[in-house]
Design a protein around this ligand. Structure first.
Ligand code: PMP
Length: 340
């Protein structure tokens, strides 16, 4: 294989070898057309078929109801922090003040109107939450039954079954379980989109994307193409229920070692532990750089915790093989043996 390291990076992150290979081939000569996928017009029938296929895969994998639109945008999940309130906040909204990214979303929303953080009294035009806190390593295990539920699912979409009909709008940056960076997925109930509260510029108006099949302007052609390959891979491995089973097994194995190993401790509260981002630290802070270097020497990369949080974060996204988790657990055990 070309990729030899165990990549625990939080995003952009590990992608299946087979997807990388197909994407690389298409960059050189896409499906024997004598053209690179980077060179074709986004208005060509071949690329229009890619957008259609990617949308169909999203619909099939997440069982998206008919009355929802599936849109491909740019600007990352961060642009959604402002697009959501720009389109839908009129009187105010309630935000779950969870992790680092939830706070960023609140900061943007406050530019457009009052934000209520008291989730015992959900008021306003919508309720916004983050399904998985990528930095802290905590995950919502259920969602409140409220009208107009909006969720940032950047770091756990396609990793576990969800019931799309519970949500008015879901958004996710692509660069974890969907594909490479450069594209943002939005899934939204049509009736909710029709109820936009403000006149907004075309590029910030969800309805413009819907009414133009995500092609109002030039879409991120390669990001969508690679996402299509990645979602085809997910479908061929059994779809979301099958990957969820594997994700649970991977996370359980790593949390078990964190709880057993005398040198390490988990940093997220146990009932909220994320299946995607496993955060932990050494009891003894001086051992932290030593373990990082040891892990690197074993080809285990991307486990340094977020710069403001420290410690370790092992991201176990869909494409991370079980063998990588086993390699990390082995390294933790060897490290314990050589430090006691
Ligand atoms: N929300 C969550 C939950 C994230 O994990 C991230 C980035 N990792 C973002 C938002 C920001 O995404 P982007 O960099 O695509 O703007």
């Amino acid at each position: 294989p070309n990729v030899t390291k165990h990549n625990f990076g939080a995003g952009p992150c590990v992608l299946p070898q087979d997807v990388l290979k197909k994407a690389a081939d298409a960059v050189m000569n896409w499906d024997e057309q004598g053209l690179s996928v980077l060179e074709v017009s986004h208005r060509s029938p071949a690329f229009e078929a890619v957008v259609k296929k990617t949308e169909t895969l999203v619909r099939e994998l997440l069982q998206v109801p008919e009355d929802y639109s599936v849109l491909f945008l740019q600007g990352g999940a961060s642009l959604q922090f402002c697009m959501v309130p720009m389109n839908f906040l009129r009187d105010g909204a309630t935000y779950l003040d969870g992790g680092f990214f939830g706070k960023k979303a609140i900061k943007e929303a406050e530019l457009f109107g009052p934000v209520n953080r008291d989730i015992t009294q959900i008021t306003g035009d919508y309720f916004h939450c983050t399904s998985n806190n990528t930095i802290e390593g905590s995950q919502m295990k259920s969602f409140p039954d409220v009208p107009n539920l909006i969720c940032d699912m950047s770091s756990d979409i396609f990793s576990r079954p969800i019931n799309v009909s519970e949500f008015a709008l879901i958004y996710a940056g692509a660069q974890k379980n969907m594909g490479p960076a450069g594209m943002t997925l939005v899934i939204a109930r049509d009736a909710f989109l029709d109820d936009v509260k403000h006149q907004v510029p075309a590029m910030l108006d969800y309805r413009v994307y819907r009414d133009n099949g995500s092609m109002y302007n030039t879409p991120p052609v390669f990001a969508i193409y690679a996402a299509m390959l990645n979602l085809q891979w997910l479908q061929s491995t059994g779809g979301v229920p099958a990957i969820y089973k594997q994700n649970k097994a991977k996370a359980e194995m790593l949390y078990a070692e964190i709880d057993r190993n005398s040198l390490f401790t988990g940093t997220a509260s146990v009932p909220e532990r994320s299946l995607m981002n496993v955060t932990f630290k050494t009891h003894e802070p001086l051992l932290e750089p030593v373990f990082l270097a040891y892990a690197e020497s074993k080809g285990l990369v991307g486990i340094k915790g977020y710069r403001t949080v420290g410690g370790f974060r092992a991201s176990l996204y869909n494409a991370l093989p079980l063998t990588s988790v086993i390699a990390l657990v082995d390294a933790m055990q060897e490290f314990e043996n050589s430090n006691i």
